[in-house]
Design a protein around this ligand. Structure first.
Ligand SMILES: *Cc1c(COP(=O)(O)O)cnc(C)c1O
Length: 377
């Protein structure tokens, strides 16, 4: 006798949820059911035309030579490191102000993560890179947090002068640009995630690895599919980390609408900037897209900073607003990860950050309710 699994508890009902995936589904339901029916009805499940088409369309959207669909963003980082030949004995520089997956991928390749501090923009501080380089350093993983590109010209400059590879963690940044260049088009490879919490997301797990070099892209295609070439020849050991074909079909549909989605997110960020500009206790994230600005962010998160973060979080929850204090405590404080670092800015910022709701279906009333609730704090 097997027990029937308990039904999942209902998601809490917020007046303003952090994101509203049910609203997204309701809006897209008819289209997506049609797409899924067509794909499943034709039994196109593994590495079929939708995966290939998504790879081609993503590569052309991002202006990168190759894109390889994989199981999730974490695997995209891991495979990116593998095709770059990173392994035991190597050091890889990255940040602690990121999702744990960035650092886990380095560890799973057998390499050693070296953590550097961030700047006031939540991103890798390029000034600190040189001091972190040793004889064993092989690569740098900049993380485009909150959908904003790191200072890539300066990071690439350091990398070039020291012969290091740059692999971007662009999990939160599909569509972000710096000087008109897309996140993902700076390094030798870049990792994207399509997790439901990301801006371009699927209905489950999914990821993409973009690659500059053709032979390295082929290596990634083999690694995701048990080391196989031409579907039959086994060339080396690999993994099972393919982007699911149904998810690829959903992503193709959402990729076509991405510019609209990004415009909606940017307009919400703009309203927050205007509405909260004069609050003297709250520091707003970098403004972007103003005349002369080189950044076009995708607002994966709209992250405030304030010393009474936990009080504001409670205050907003009482008003039905869901927020997150992402990456708090800072990653190197989790004992079980055995990471050693002294990162004063990361530590201070992690005690101050609060991410506000941003999602395409968010109404003007909801945005105003968040702004008003913060102003009344
Ligand atoms: C989401 C995320 C990942 C991991 O992506 P998954 O698809 O969840 O494996 C890696 N890095 C960053 C910065 C992320 O936000």
């Amino acid at each position: 006798m097997t027990a029937t699994p308990k039904p999942s508890p209902p998601l809490p009902q917020w007046k303003v949820p952090f994101i509203d995936l049910r609203a997204t589904w309701a809006r897209e339901r008819e289209d997506l059911l049609g797409i899924m029916d067509e794909v499943a009805g034709d039994a196109r499940f593994i590495l079929r035309q939708e995966v290939e088409e998504l790879e081609q369309r993503s590569a052309s959207f991002l202006d990168v030579p190759h894109a390889v669909g994989v199981g999730n963003g974490t695997d995209a980082i891991t495979l990116g490191l593998r095709i770059a030949g990173i392994g035991a004995g190597d050091e890889v520089i990255t940040v602690a102000h990121t999702f744990v997956a960035t650092v886990a991928s380095i560890v799973h390749c057998g390499a050693t993560p070296v953590l550097v501090d961030i700047g006031e923009d939540f991103l890798m501080n390029p000034d600190l890179l040189e001091r972190a380089i040793t004889r064993r350093t092989r690569a740098i993983i900049p993380v485009h947090m909150n959908g904003r590109c790191c200072d890539m010209p300066r990071i690439l400059d350091v990398a070039q002068r020291h012969g290091l590879l740059v692999i971007e963690d662009a999990a939160q940044a599909f569509g972000a640009t710096l000087n008109g260049i897309h996140a993902g088009a700076f390094g030798i490879a870049a990792a994207f995630s399509f997790h439901p919490m990301k801006v371009l997301s699927c209905c489950g797990d999914g990821g993409l690895l973009t690659v500059r070099d053709a032979a390295m892209a082929e290596h990634a295609r083999r690694l995701r599919h048990h080391g196989q070439r031409n579907k039959t020849e086994i060339v080396h050991f690999g993994f099972n980390s393919r982007l699911d074909n149904l998810q690829a079909a959903i992503l193709l549909y959402r990729l076509r609408k991405l510019e609209t989605t990004l415009a909606q997110r940017r307009s919400i960020a703009q309203k927050y900037h205007t509405g909260l500009a004069n609050h003297d206790k709250i520091k707003l994230p970098p403004h972007f897209g103003l005349p002369g600005d080189s950044h076009q962010d995708i607002v994966s998160g709209f992250v405030l900073r304030l010393s009474k973060r936990d009080d504001l979080k409670r205050h907003l929850a009482e008003r039905g607003i869901e927020t997150f204090a992402h990456w708090s405590p800072p990653m190197h404080h989790w004992e079980g990860l055995h990471l050693k670092a002294s990162l004063p800015v990361t530590e201070r910022i992690s005690s101050e950050v609060l991410s506000l709701p941003v999602f395409p279906e968010m109404t003007d009333d909801q945005v105003d309710w968040v702004i008003g609730s913060i102003l009344s704090f």
